[in-house]
Write a protein that binds this ligand. Sequence first.
Ligand SMILES: [Zn+2]
Length: 257
Amino acid sequence: MEIAIVALAAAFGLCIGSFLNVCVHRLPRGESVVSPGSRCAACGTPIRWFDNLPVASYLMLGGKCRACGASYSARYLVVELITALAFALTAAVFEPGPLLVVRVVFAAMLVALFFIDLEHQLLPDAITLPGIAIGLGASVFLAPGLVASATGAAIGAAVLLAIRWVWKRATGVDGMGLGDVKMLAMIGAFLGWQQVWLVLFVASLTGAVVGVTIATAGRGSMKTRLPFGTFLAVAAFLAACWGEPVIAWYVGLITLQ
Ligand SMILES: [Zn+2]
């Protein structure tokens, strides 16, 4: 039974991943994600439904446009597979029910933000602002509850605004966009204020490790701007699935002393 639900979630993830590809390509360009239908980015030929099946069409056409032969980025395939994986993991962690639906929506938004920030250094309001609203709205009925959710959104925004302000005072440069601020507010709205700290900690730590690695490998300097939203997305997904036991363990650690 559980395996069937996880498999179903993975299949659903492939289809949503196909739509997220449209979002990742069009949202940073300010285009509609609804119309026109999918078309080749090179020649503009509309892509027929049978050439637009997740994974299968990409593999069958060798990642090329049927009309003009232009190569499509492997990102299309990767986004679909990562979405499938994210949905399957979410379905394995949460019981079937309304919270699972909310967390699947959250995962889809994180996948889109992950790739858009990675490629364009941008976190579109078209995702983060509705995300804050959905997170708050769902918390009226579901975990983490409206108070934890509203506090989470406020703390998420306030912490990054404070870091941004201090950084600007100290260095004179804008180290962080407002997109990161809205994204952490969205994460707080979905997961509650306790998880905001965990997400911030994990994202900063992995960001620092990756940043130093890139710098020492000579592929950039310490001033290379890292897509912080990409790290936030990974940390938020991990926290959504496995953050509660970590926080419970940490709280136990403090209260035992
Ligand atoms: Zn084409």
